[in-house]
Design a protein around this ligand. Structure first.
Ligand code: ITT
Length: 191
């Protein structure tokens, strides 16, 4: 089945391709000729992933899915959440986002956090959403070079390595995106 993945984030494409395997033919926005700035203006991950998928479905008429994801830190009331990519400003710098996060957590003992991902699938016009969560904690130094975003400061529960110290094969089965995609795959297998 041909499915467009509505994202411009290369790391996400790589991660999702690895998780989905060759059961589905993933096509990118580039491949369908979509070079638009896809709007992402909703106040929730559910709303944003729906907005992205709906944009592609309405304008390009192809079955597609989009994911919106973010880091939710307990002691910061769930921030940066839906604003994770632009926490330290519109330039969307991963390094600056981490710097701001660590500054805001300075002196705070409760380091609990979670990554959350919400996928919206639009299949022949029908909307379905799938959520994935991974709990963990934020450490106060950067460790590892893999992954992207907040990976160098996030240690998932039950592990002593950060996501950035893990290979894709280690991260994907336990990640928020991995969990949400597993639900997507199960749904697709039953349709
Ligand atoms: P698209 O909107 O084009 O899909 P994006 O990078 O803007 O790509 P999101 O809106 O989902 O992606 O923003 C998610 C942000 O949350 C991302 O930029 C990271 O800062 C953070 N994030 C999400 N998943 C992550 C992961 O697996 N590891 C580290 N950080 C992650």
């Amino acid at each position: 089945m041909k499915l467009c993945l509505a994202t411009n984030n290369r790391h996400k494409i790589e991660e999702l391709q690895a998780i989905l395997g060759n059961k589905f033919e993933l096509v990118t926005l580039e491949e369908i000729g979509c070079f638009d700035e896809i709007p992402e203006t909703q106040p929730t991950m559910e709303g944003n992933s729906l907005q992205k998928a709906q944009f592609v479905y309405d304008n390009y008429g192809i079955n597609c899915f989009a994911d919106d994801s973010g880091l939710e830190v307990d002691a910061l009331g769930g921030e940066p959440g839906v604003y994770s990519a632009r926490y330290a400003g519109e330039e969307r710098s991963h390094a600056k986002n981490i710097e701001k996060l660590l500054a805001n957590l300075e002196g705070i003992e409760n380091r609990s956090a979670q990554f959350r991902a919400v996928i919206t699938l639009i299949l022949d016009g029908k909307i379905n959403q799938f959520e994935g969560i991974v709990r963990g904690k934020i450490i106060d130094e950067l460790r590892g070079n893999g992954g992207f975003g907040y990976d160098p400061v996030f240690v998932p529960e039950g592990f002593d390595k950060t996501f950035a110290e893990m290979t894709m094969d280690e991260k994907n089965p336990i990640s928020h995106r991995g969990h949400s995609v597993a639900k997507l795959v199960e749904f697709l297998a039953n349709t």
